[in-house]
Design a protein around this ligand. Structure first.
Ligand code: DOR
Ligand code: ZN
Length: 351
């Protein structure tokens, strides 16, 4: 890492995004260049319709992603499989050993977008999880219960108590990433665990609390899952992300939905942040006096967890006097996707 000219320029190893949604078809083509412009690798979520369930599905999806990367961008998608109660441990192992599949994603059925095929009964997938533990493969977890009687703001904390803590006790060797952690409860739990458990933190959860969604009117472009929580939780996430602690690393959870699917009576969950994430993060880390730890969060801790080398290439972020007039929308050819608005001007620009 190099800080120059009284922090006007920051050069760090190229970051990776350990949790992103690239979708398929026209959206895939529209959003992939925003990820590949700044990130060398990304863990690509499998919640397509239909989901990426088998190694064969992952191979075909990987080819579609590779076809959407602009020439001149050096980007490697890291594939995941969507865990179902019918997933074969054999197929998971074959995918992992071949190098094609990096992780398996657990969605509790009904927790979020396209999660209907997820897991209802964890005991049904224990043979797969045991196989993953024995081969050292990572389980990425959407950590929310789906029980309708649990308040939506409590779903992460209840998941930890009912599902995650018992799973850790039952299978301590399994490598787990608690994805997009949003609460003090989540940060405390991950911090209390051994080093084979980590957590991703999104850019937007470092910036917004639940007021962004609800105060003064309903703002669908700030709605995502897990939903943003109270300010006290955001501050804990900021401390975890900017601490340099190796368990916490960047997973943007950039999740594009076209505007008609967000701006309606029952809008989809998801915030599209790939385009300006690095600028937002530089602002956040500067504000917290932690620019020297941005590289750990965005470029070092994730590869260390996934036991991959950090990227050799670098990225330079430059602090400009004039705020960056970033594109507010990405067009898919038919519809627009709204880009995350951090509600402060972006002076840091990735060059
Ligand atoms: O806000 C979200 N959007 N959270 C998720 O877990 C899924 C994602 C999506 O796929 O849209
Ligand atoms: Zn996600």
């Amino acid at each position: 890492m190099r800080l120059e000219d009284e922090m006007k320029q920051l050069t760090i190893r190229r970051p990776d995004d350990w949790h992103v949604h690239l979708r398929d078809g026209a959206v895939l083509k529209a959003v992939t260049p925003d990820t590949s412009a700044h990130f060398s690798r990304a863990i690509v979520m499998p919640n397509l319709v239909p989901p990426v369930v088998t190694t064969r599905d992952a191979a075909a999806y990987r080819d579609r992603i590779l076809a959407a990367i602009p020439s001149g961008h050096d980007f490697t998608p890291l594939m995941t499989l969507y865990l179902t109660e019918g997933t074969s441990a054999e197929d998971v192992e074959v995918g992992f050993r071949s190098g094609l599949v990096t992780a398996v994603k657990l969605y509790p059925a009904g927790a979020t977008t396209n999660s209907q095929s997820g897991v209802r009964d964890l005991s049904k997938v224990m043979p797969v999880l045991e196989r993953m533990a024995s081969i050292g493969m990572t389980l990425c977890v959407h950590g929310e219960v789906t029980d309708p009687s649990t308040d939506i703001f409590d779903r992460e904390a209840v998941f930890i108590e009912r599902v995650l803590a018992p799973l850790r006790e039952r299978l301590p060797e399994l490598r787990i990433v608690m994805e997009h952690v949003t609460t003090k409860d989540g940060v405390d739990f991950v911090s209390s665990q051994s080093e084979n458990m980590g957590a991703t933190i999104t850019t937007h959860h470092l910036i917004i609390n639940r007021n962004a969604i609800l105060a003064g009117g309903i703002r669908p472009h700030y709605y995502c899952l897990p939903v943003a929580k109270r300010e006290e939780h955001r501050l804990v996430l900021r401390r975890a992300a900017t601490s340099g602690d190796a368990r916490f690393f960047l997973g943007t959870d950039s999740a594009p939905h076209v505007d008609p699917l967000k701006e309606c009576a029952c809008g989809c969950a998801g915030i599209y942040s790939s385009l300006n994430t690095m600028s937002c993060l530089a602002h956040v880390f500067e504000e917290d006096g932690a620019l020297d730890r941005l590289e750990a969060f965005a470029s070092l801790n994730g590869p260390a967890f996934y036991r991959l080398p950090p990227n050799e290439a670098t990225i330079t972020l430059e602090r400009r006097e004039t705020a960056w007039d970033y594109p507010r929308k990405r067009n898919t050819g038919e519809d627009d996707i709204t880009v995350f608005d951090p509600m402060f001007p972006l002076h840091w620009v990735a060059t």
